[in-house]
Design a protein. Structure first.
Length: 276
């Protein structure tokens, strides 16, 4: 067996051996990095961010972030338990922090470490808007998107090595051409669509979580209308972006809201918290 075939065979074995089904998406995903490796690194990085940031405590906004986060976490556990996935969150160490910053951003690291920046609160506008953002960010962690991105990066690097080996007898100019073509092809054809699919998955999962937590899922589309207004319409074409376009996102959230309400009813949620 030559080197190229050996690399290909090894890659196939790695992919097959590392596939797992995610309970939130029902999809088989690649996990070349285990949560046993990922979570400690995530927790350490989170603590570093907090140590280097101005963390807000003792305010109504900080209390709201914690309250919403806890409700979203409870909703996730209720959904998992009801669908036969008890213990899925056993290694999660939930933490919710508000950081003083003008950044319009929020995130949830693998293992349940959440940060909101004060700059996003005017766009969230209310607690239900915060719940829409929180649900989306928590969904990324629950669907193991960080794990999948790391695994994809490993495979992309391995593919680059394979291209280099396969073109080893070519001239330096042709080798560079092939590597550039591989880089562009995997970015536009694989990495960006992969990232956009993660955002769409997180939108759906997050919408269901906020509804089960008692927040009106109709507000998610309204939130993204405000996000669109805040961006001033400045965005690359969707096929060159890591995220779906704002218009695609708004339409998708509107279409999914009735399904999220129906899901919430299964858990006894027949009315939602007032938007204030």
């Amino acid at each position: 067996m030559n080197l190229k075939k050996a690399i290909l065979s090894l890659g196939i074995i790695m992919i097959i051996a590392s596939c797992a089904t995610n309970p939130f998406t029902g999809k088989k995903t690649i996990a070349l990095v285990s949560n046993d490796q990922l979570f400690p690194a995530s927790f350490s990085q989170y603590n570093q961010v907090l140590n280097e940031s101005d963390v807000v405590t003792g305010t109504k906004d900080a209390e709201m972030i914690t309250r919403v986060g806890q409700r979203i976490a409870v909703a996730a556990e209720r959904w998992l338990n009801a669908n036969g996935h008890q213990g899925y969150l056993e290694d999660y160490k939930w933490e919710y922090k508000l950081i003083q910053s003008e950044q319009v951003n929020a995130w949830c690291m693998p293992g349940g470490k959440i940060a909101f920046y004060t700059g996003i609160l005017p766009i969230a506008q209310n607690e239900t808007g915060v719940a829409a953002i929180m649900g989306h960010e928590v969904a990324h962690a629950l669907a193991n998107h960080g794990q999948q991105r790391m695994s994809s990066g490993i495979l992309q690097q391995a593919g680059g090595i394979a291209v280099a080996v396969a073109t080893g007898n070519e001239s330096p100019e042709k080798q560079q051409m092939w590597m550039q073509a591989y880089g562009i092809g995997t970015t536009v054809g694989l990495a960006l669509p992969f990232s956009r699919s993660h955002e769409t998955e997180a939108d759906k999962i997050g919408l269901f979580l906020m509804a089960v937590a008692g927040y009106n899922p109709d507000e998610a589309a309204e939130l993204w209308k405000r996000m669109k207004a805040n961006s001033g319409g400045q965005a690359p074409p969707e096929f060159l972006s890591t995220h779906p376009s704002n218009d695609s996102r708004i339409a998708n959230l509107k279409a999914l809201a009735p399904k999220a309400k129906a899901e919430a009813k299964k858990y006894g949620v027949t009315s939602f918290r007032p938007i204030n």
